[in-house]
Write a protein that binds this ligand. Structure first.
Ligand code: T4K
Length: 399
C-alpha cells in the first residue's frame, strides 16, 4: 500500500536564504530608514543583476506583469501583436492593458514555443511586434524569429518570465530580441518575493521605463508622462540580492531532480517527457512538464492530477486552459486552429520541482505515478526500476 506524503508536496517552493542573512540585511534597511523609491539595496541589486547579465540595460519593477505592460507602453507598441496562447494569462493581459490586439498562433510540440512558420503567416499591415514566451525556460526559436522580425520590421519581445539563468551560446537569453521580461515571483527559481525585470538592447529606453514606473516624475516638480507606480521596494531587492548569491546551487539541485524524473519516468507507458534543450543551451530546470497520453497511460491527465492530490502531491496544469479559452478572451476571433497548443494543453502536467525537494521524495513521486498508472497495473510490469522502499507497480491503488 502506498502511503500519501505526510506534508503536501507542491509544484514549487521558494528558495529562502538563511534567516540570519536576511535579518542582517533587514538591519541595514532599519538603519537607513529607506524602504522604497530607488533605495540603496535596490541600487545594489540592480548593479549585481547587470553583472550577472553582463549588461547595463536592466530596469527593476514590483512584478513581471507591470514590467511587461510598461515595456509595451514605453516601446509604443500598438495594433496587433503575434503571441502564444500557451502561457500564463499575464502575457496576454499586458497586451490588453495597452489596447493591443493579441493574434494567437500555434506552438511547436517538443518545446512548446511559438512556431515561426505560423508567426510569419499571421503578419498583417497592423502587426507591430512579436511577443514570444520562453515557456518553462525553453528558448524560443531565436534565430528564426529574429529573421522574421528583421524582414518585416517588427519588434521582437520575449516574455522570459521562466527563463532566469538560461544561456544560449554562452549569452544570457535576455540578450536576444529587442527586450525580455523576467518575473521574480516567489514561484520562480529566482525570486525577490514579487518582482520583475526588463532587459533591453537600446540604452535609450532606460529613462522611459524609469519614468513610467515612477508616475512619470522627472525630478521633484515635473511629470513628463502619465506613468504608474511599479517600483520594486527595498525588501524585495534584499531578497533578490540574497537569492542571487545562491543561483548556482539552486539550478544544480533542480538539475538533479530533473535527472531522477527522467530516468524513472521514461519506463512509464504514456508519459512523454520533452527533451532537454540542445548542447548550446544552459538550462535552468524551472519546471518539469510531462504529457500524459490517456490511451497508453490508462487514464487522462486530469485523472492523474486528481489521483496524485489524494497522495498529497499537488501538480499543476500549467498552461491549461489556453489563454484563448478563458472567459475574458473567448469572444476573440482566432484564425489559427491552435491544433498543437490545444492537444498539449489537454495533456500537460507540471510535476513538483524545486531546490529543496529531496531526491527520495522525487523517487516517491515516481513510485506513486507508476502505482497509479492503470497500464502498469494491468501489465504487472517487472521492468519498473526500483528505488529503496519502492512499492511494486501493478498494485491496485486505493484512492
Ligand atoms: N508571464 C509568464 C509566462 C508567467 O508565467 C508569469 C507568472 C508572468 C508573465 C507574470 O509574472 P508576475 O507578475 O507573476 O511576476 C503562479 C505565479 O503567481 C505566477 O507568477 C506565475 N507566472 C505562474 C506560472 O504561477 P499560481 O496562481 O499558479 O501560483 P500559486 O499561488 O498557486 O503557487 C503555486 C504553488 O507554489 C503553490 O501551490 C505553493 C507554492 N508556493 C507559492 C507561493 C506564492 C509557495 O510554496 N510559496 C509561495 O509563497 O501563479
Amino acid at each position: 500500500m502506498v502511503e500519501p506524503f505526510e506534508k503536501p508536496i507542491y509544484v514549487t517552493r521558494p528558495f529562502l536564504p538563511p534567516l540570519a542573512d536576511f535579518t542582517q540585511g533587514l538591519q541595514e534597511i532599519w538603519s537607513s530608514e529607506w524602504l522604497t523609491n530607488n533605495g540603496p539595496v535596490l541600487q545594489r541589486f540592480q548593479k549585481e543583476l547587470c553583472d550577472y547579465f553582463n549588461t547595463s540595460n536592466v530596469c527593476l519593477f514590483n512584478n513581471g506583469t507591470l514590467a511587461l505592460q510598461i515595456a509595451l507602453q514605453g516601446l509604443q507598441v500598438s495594433g496587433e501583436v503575434i503571441t502564444t496562447p500557451f502561457t500564463f494569462v499575464a502575457t496576454t493581459h499586458a497586451l490588453y492593458w495597452n489596447k493591443i490586439r493579441p493574434v494567437f498562433v500555434d506552438i511547436e510540440p517538443g518545446h512548446y514555443t511559438l512556431d515561426p512558420a505560423r508567426v510569419e503567416e499571421a503578419i498583417t499591415p497592423w502587426t507591430s511586434a512579436i511577443l514570444a514566451v520562453h515557456v518553462y525556460g525553453y528558448p524560443c526559436r531565436l534565430r528564426e524569429l529574429a529573421e522574421i522580425a528583421r524582414r518585416h520590421k517588427l519588434l521582437l519581445l520575449y516574455d522570459a518570465a521562466h527563463a532566469f539563468g538560461v544561456t544560449v551560446d554562452g549569452y544570457s537569453i535576455g540578450n536576444y530580441g529587442d527586450l525580455s521580461m523576467f518575473s521574480f515571483h516567489a514561484t520562480k527559481l529566482f525570486h525577490s518575493i514579487e518582482g520583475g525585470m526588463l532587459m533591453f538592447s537600446d540604452p535609450g529606453q532606460m529613462k522611459v521605463f524609469d519614468y513610467l514606473k515612477n508616475f512619470g516624475f522627472d525630478g521633484e516638480t515635473e511629470v513628463v508622462m502619465p506613468g504608474t507606480n511599479a517600483k520594486m521596494n527595498e525588501f524585495q531587492a534584499l531578497m533578490g540580492l540574497q537569492v542571487l548569491g545562491h543561483m548556482g546551487g539552486i539550478i544544480s539541485r533542480r538539475q538533479q531532480v530533473d535527472s531522477v524524473y527522467r530516468s524513472r519516468l521514461k519506463e512509464v507507458p504514456g508519459i512523454h517527457i520533452p527533451e532537454l534543450p540542445s548542447g548550446n543551451v544552459k538550462f535552468n530546470h524551472a519546471y518539469f512538464p510531462v504529457e500524459i497520453d490517456p490511451e497508453r497511460f490508462g487514464m487522462d491527465r486530469d485523472q492523474l492530477y486528481t489521483a496524485l492530490k489524494k497522495y498529497n502531491v499537488f501538480t499543476r496544469r500549467y498552461f491549461y486552459p489556453l489563454v484563448t479559452d478563458f472567459a475574458c478572451y473567448r469572444s476573440l476571433s482566432v484564425k489559427d486552429p491552435l491544433t498543437k497548443a490545444r492537444q498539449i494543453a489537454k495533456r500537460i502536467l507540471t510535476l513538483p520541482i524545486y531546490d529543496s525537494l529531496e531526491l527520495k521524495d522525487v523517487n516517491r513521486i515516481c513510485d506513486l505515478i507508476a502505482h497509479i498508472c492503470p497500464s502498469l497495473v494491468q501489465a504487472k510490469s517487472n521492468s519498473w526500476p526500483r528505488s529503496t522502499n519502492v512499492v511494486p507497480p501493478g498494485q491496485p491503488v486505493a484512492l
